[in-house]
Write a protein that binds this ligand. Structure first.
Ligand SMILES: Cc1cc2nc3c(=O)[nH]c(=O)nc-3n(C[C@H](O)[C@H](O)[C@H](O)COP(=O)(O)OP(=O)(O)OC[C@H]3O[C@@H](n4cnc5c(N)ncnc54)[C@H](O)[C@@H]3O)c2cc1C
Ligand code: FES
Length: 281
């Protein structure tokens, strides 16, 4: 493998931070662009569900999903501050430089879902990797049947992308929201995400439907149980797996589960594949 700078697969390209938006506690959205226009144009061919490796100088590198849809103009990451690298990103200000390499991973095969109903089931920041598919589906509305979103957070203040949720509703997507704990002004559902499926005003299509599920492990387990009870087939349930990653390109083995490299064979898998991997989500 050549390590000359022109074709070094590990060499990230310089990015410029343009705008930072506070989402919920410890989570911010970082709007950015590549310094080089050609690099930007090439990167913009990413697929919903892919990810990138983000380098913050002096701190290190971490994987982050791409929440924008390729049908949108701006590129951004939405990142929770948990440790060294994500905290360093949170310190950056508009105009600061960092670096990005990618896009990586398989992404959701959205074209295979043409003609189907889509349901998106998310908990907390699990909406980040699903945002791309939702916006893509709305931008290609004539290619899909019904689109519904089932989204829950701990409290109303922890619902991600509230402005987008409003836009999606206005675009004809049925958005069913729920919270674990209510606060003043919340008139919606209270309970776990799965409680939304049982509401009398909700009709979940099962035939010809793909269910996208992303969220914390406990939510994932219960939602999968609910979907299987409703009659969903395991290969019509798709999700993304998160693992420690280093190279992101199938070289280092850090992300291996069984025979699969999460960075290359994933991060998108059907539930049927996840079960075969023996993944204890
Ligand atoms: C494909 C992929 C997509 C991701 N997309 C996003 C995203 O869009 N937004 C976002 O906020 N985060 C995302 N993550 C998680 C993100 O990569 C980690 O939070 C980040 O690597 C933490 O780096 P750090 O240096 O700040 O934390 P560290 O200092 O390395 O660790 C701090 C704490 O976070 C835990 N941690 C670190 N990495 C992970 C991980 N991958 N999964 C679970 N816990 C971890 C550690 O165990 C430790 O407790 C994604 C991860 C993967 C693999
Ligand atoms: S992160 Fe190196 S092989 Fe997947």
């Amino acid at each position: 493998m050549s390590l000359s700078s022109s074709n070094n697969i590990y060499l990230p390209k310089t990015a410029i931070l343009e705008r930072v938006v506070d989402d919920i506690a410890e989570v911010k959205t970082f709007y950015w662009r590549f310094e080089d226009r050609d690099v930007q144009d090439a990167f913009k061919r990413f697929k919903p569900g892919q990810f990138a490796q983000v380098s913050v100088f002096g701190a290190g590198e971490f994987p982050a999903s791409l929440p924008p849809s390729p049908t949108e103009d701006q590129i951004f990451f939405t990142v929770r501050q948990v440790g060294c690298c994500t905290s360093a990103l949170h310190q950056l200000r508009p105009g600061d430089k960092f670096a990005v390499r990618g896009p990586y991973g398989n992404g959701f095969p959205m074209q295979d879902y043409y003609g189907k109903n889509l349901i998106f089931v998310a908990g907390g920041i699990g909406l980040i990797p699903l945002r791309s598919c939702i916006v893509y589906a709305i931008a290609n509305r004539d290619k899909f049947q019904s689109i519904q979103i089932f989204y829950g957070s701990k409290t109303p203040r922890e619902l991600m992308y509230p402005a987008s949720l409003e836009e999606w509703k206005n675009a004809g997507v049925q958005c069913h929201l729920t919270v674990d704990r209510t606060d003043a002004g919340w008139t919606g559902n209270v309970g776990v995400v799965g409680s939304l499926f049982k509401r009398p005003d909700v009709k979940v299509p099962v035939d010809n439907t793909v269910a996208f599920v992303c969220g914390p492990p406990i939510m994932f387990r219960f939602v999968i149980r609910d979907l299987l009870e409703m009659g969903f087939k395991e290969n019509n349930i798709v999700s993304t797996l998160e693992r420690y990653m280093k190279c992101g390109v199938g070289k280092c083995g850090h992300c291996c589960i069984g025979v699969a490299y999460i960075c290359m064979d994933g991060p998108v898998f059907t539930y049927e594949q996840i079960k075969k991997l023996g993944e204890d989500i």
